[in-house]
Design a protein around this ligand. Structure first.
Ligand code: FAD
Length: 463
């Protein structure tokens, strides 16, 4: 009888669970798929808690609907009817102690409609004129990767970058805008410039197909019982005996065509294929001889804390309609973004209440994440008083620290990933290193990566 093959997936966050799900679906009865997770729970950064009737997301709260793989998987899991789209669509930027609506038609900060841009209080007249210069500027000469900051500063000027693009992006990508890779995060803008020269013209063209009076839809989706309900459903599809919780992979050794994994419970596990979905900083001890991982050692990861607060509605008036605001980096507030959760996701908050979820840990000011819960709460409340005039004490505060949890995609990121993949292919056949440190941080990106690695691994072991 043919010997059974085995695929081991390390890490039970979204990438690992997706890999395990698709590998179990694709593999024949002759291939066993196992998942090893260090923690007692699955989901990694996805964690939903229900506190006093409030549905609190401690990590991500939703995913961008345009990237379809998460919706596809939700349908496959029978969860389509549980998807919810964000209801309020307007959001704000805090500049000079004032909340300014993000101008209508701005795509990642690039203006596509003149009227809202010209009338916006976000930019000075010279700042607006500088942005319009994009219409005449030649293409950026180099085809090489550059930072988001460098690219947009050249096309639209410093003011649009600092008052709009930087605050919008710093919520998604940790790190400074002048360090983040354009190629790894928004390659479409690079391509657009290549094709159309002007970003404003290029975006106008792509938006020409959108009917002028089309109703505005929220761009994000989540699940009415929280993102963790998706994790629960996904993990329930895995064979129970295939999931090892509270078990850390501590060492990995190559043995000819196979691999031996040493586990924290002193047991070992052999595998024909290994898919690591760990954050990059956890890999150096696991793969000390993968030389291209050395250049990742210096790659920093950002730390943030999420601070969810519930209030009685009668005590808190948020006189703005929208999903929340992001804060310009020049301001001296501790919070870098705030979601008006009850407005963005009405299902999350009991009637007669308000929920705000703030992020602290601006690049360069991450020490706040190490303060006590009380100190963080205090700093957030001081900011909220100043910005929104909120003086009420919250009914509860839920602080979650995410230390070194936001991968920084620095200039040259894609090339580093390619070098790593090339080395794995040449010297470590049957090992995949994937997940949010590498091929995209968004939840649908994690699904894409987990699925791709799973299908390749099944193909390899069964060929
Ligand atoms: P992780 O979730 O980090 O999973 C890795 C797993 O590996 C963990 O469970 C860990 O315990 C386990 N592990 C570690 N070491 C070992 C070991 N040696 N052996 C075994 N297991 C191990 N994305 C969005 O699309 N929308 C959002 O709104 C959004 N908001 C975010 C807000 C915050 C505060 C953060 C931190 C991230 C946010 N993201 C968001 C990004 C997104 O949440 C992550 O990119 C994604 O969840 C990462 O999934 P992953 O499986 O790759 O990694």
């Amino acid at each position: 009888m043919e010997e059974k093959k085995r695929i081991v997936i390390i890490g039970g966050g979204l990438t690992g669970l997706t890999a395990a799900y698709y590998a179990q679906q694709e593999a024949s009865a002759n291939t066993e798929v196992l998942l090893v997770e260090a923690s007692h729970r699955l989901g990694g950064k996805i964690e939903t808690v229900n506190q006093n009737g409030f549905l609190i997301e401690r990590g991500p709260d939703s995913y961008i609907a345009r990237k379809e793989s998460m919706t596809v998987l939700a349908k496959e899991l029978g969860m389509e009817d549980q998807l919810v789209r964000n209801s309020a669509t307007k959001s704000y930027v805090l500049v000079n102690k004032q909340l300014h609506p993000i101008p209508e038609g701005a795509v990642m900060g690039v203006p596509t409609e003149w009227r809202p841009f010209i009338t916006s209080g976000l930019f000075s007249l010279p700042g607006k004129m500088r942005a319009a210069y994009d219409l005449f500027l030649p293409k950026t000469a180099t085809g090489a990767d550059i930072s988001i900051g460098q690219f947009f500063r050249r096309r639209l000027g410093d003011e649009v970058v600092e008052n709009l693009i930087e605050p919008l992006l710093s919520g998604i990508y940790a790190g400074k805008i002048d360090d983040i890779s354009l190629q790894a995060t928004f390659p479409q803008f690079m391509k657009m410039e290549e094709r159309e020269r002007s970003l404003i013209k290029g975006l106008n063209k792509t938006r020409a197909n959108v009917p002028k009076n089309a109703p505005k839809k929220g761009q994000f989706l989540t699940f009415k019982n929280g993102l963790e309900s998706f994790i629960d459903e996904l993990s329930s599809r895995l064979k129970e005996e295939s999931v090892y919780r509270r078990t850390k992979v501590v060492d990995l050794e190559r043995m000819g065509q196979r691999y031996k994994l040493k586990l924290s419970n002193d047991e070992t596990m052999e595998a024909d294929a290994v898919i690591s979905t760990l954050p990059q900083q956890a890999l150096h001890t696991l793969f000390p001889t993968v030389t291209s991982l050395k250049e990742w050692k210096e790659t920093p990861s950002g730390s943030v804390a999420t601070v969810a607060m519930g209030f009685k509605a009668e005590n808190v008036q948020v006189p703005f309609d929208g999903t929340g605001f992001v804060v310009s980096r020049k301001s001296d507030y501790s919070i870098k973004a705030c979601t008006w959760t009850d407005k963005k996701w009405p299902h999350s908050t009991p009637e007669g209440h308000v929920m705000l979820r703030c992020f602290v840990g601006k690049p360069g000011h991450e020490a706040i994440v190490d303060l006590s819960d009380d100190q963080i709460q205090q700093a957030v409340l001081e900011d909220l008083k100043d910005i929104l005039g909120i003086e009420a004490k919250p009914l509860f505060t839920n602080v979650t620290r995410w230390k070194k949890a936001m991968p920084q995609y620095q200039v040259g990121h894609k090339q580093k990933v390619q070098r790593l993949e090339a080395e794995l292919k040449a010297k470590w056949p049957g090992v995949w290193i994937t997940g949010s440190s590498f091929g995209g941080v968004g939840l649908p990106d994690c699904i894409d990566q987990g699925k791709k690695a799973a299908l390749e691994a099944v193909n390899m072991v069964e060929e």
